[in-house]
Design a protein around this ligand. Structure first.
Ligand code: SF4
Length: 62
């Protein structure tokens, strides 16, 4: 599983980073981004939760 954040949609609410701090972090523009290329097995549950919880549907999982 891979995740990516669309910076145009991200409103910097911080939810994904709170839910899954080993997968998401802030970039230099204060938008969230995925810090891992492939989501580790033990992080998939929180990554899914972040995808489902993002208020602007900015996170795409593939
Ligand atoms: S939950 Fe969505 S809007 Fe909020 S920081 Fe993460 S990607 Fe951005």
């Amino acid at each position: 599983m891979k995740v990516s954040v669309d910076p145009e949609r991200c409103i910097s609410c911080g939810l994904c980073i709170s839910l899954c701090p080993d997968v998401f972090d802030w970039n230099d523009d204060d938008k969230a981004y995925a810090i891992v290329d492939a989501v580790p097995a033990d992080q998939q549950e929180c990554a899914h939760e972040a995808v489902e919880s993002c208020p602007t549907e900015a996170i795409r999982a593939e």
